[in-house]
Design a protein around this ligand. Structure first.
Ligand SMILES: [Fe+2]
Length: 237
């Protein structure tokens, strides 16, 4: 039997395989706790699950989540929902949430839904979208009525299993009229667009001609997975 460190935040269970080196979970999750404090993450339930096997290193996928340089050309439908994405999103105040086009307020095919907004959101959060990467392997994308949670499970140096759960208020899921397709159809489309370019990046990195990647304009040091990961590679395991 081996001991592991276990902690919980937002309904997610975090495991550290070497408890003696495990930082407090609050330190690991960091400011995300505050930024997503109004979303009832630990009360939500699953309404739809997607699983993907992606032929890319997990860090490529995390890096892709942390920049929107690709959004305009790769996500035309999403960019019609969030016009600022068409220009790369570099001018957005991401911590304040991403604004939708006029009349839209959630990540669905129409930009609206019949589901209610989460009750404790502030006025901005009721019409905006927030995305957070909790290192090393959790993405949390929050709309006002649902949350898309992605977990990355590295399978090999060039292959990652991704589980995407669409989470909703329990009473919405219990409703006889519950239908998550409006959100699921958009996420499925956007996800597959993202995984395709991550696989393309992986193929490019595998070329003998490859020497290094390039930072996208919005990839400041706080969003750079290498700066997060490198100090940790020196720790005993
Ligand atoms: Fe993307």
């Amino acid at each position: 039997m081996h001991s592991v460190a276990v902690g919980r935040w937002g309904g997610f269970v975090f495991v550290h395989l070497t408890p003696v080196h495990a930082p407090p979970l609050a330190d690991a999750v960091g400011d995300v706790v505050e930024r997503l404090a109004h979303y009832p993450l630990d009360e939500l339930v699953g309404g739809r699950r997607f699983s993907y096997d992606v032929a890319a290193n997990w860090k490529v996928i995390a890096e892709n989540y942390n920049e929107c340089y690709h959004c305009g050309p790769v996500h035309p439908e999403l960019s019609r929902l969030v016009p600022a994405f068409a220009g790369g999103g570099g001018d957005l105040d991401w911590d304040a949430g991403v604004p939708h086009r006029e009349g839209a307020w959630t990540f669905t095919t129409t930009g609206t839904t019949t589901r209610r907004t989460f009750p404790d959101l502030d006025p901005d959060e009721r019409v905006r979208h927030k995305g957070e990467l909790v290192y090393p392997n959790l993405f949390v994308s929050c709309s006002a009525d649902h949350v898309a949670a992605f977990m990355l499970w590295p399978q090999a140096v060039d292959r990652t299993r991704i589980v995407c759960d669409l989470l909703f208020a329990a009473d919405e899921v219990a409703s006889p009229t519950f239908d998550p397709d409006d959100a699921a159809d958009l996420w499925e489309l956007v996800n597959r667009q993202d995984w395709a370019i991550c696989e393309s990046v992986q193929r490019g990195m595998s070329s003998r001609a490859y020497s290094q990647g390039w930072f996208a304009p919005m990839e400041d040091p706080s969003l750079d997975i290498r700066r997060w990961l490198l100090p940790r590679l020196g720790e005993p395991t």
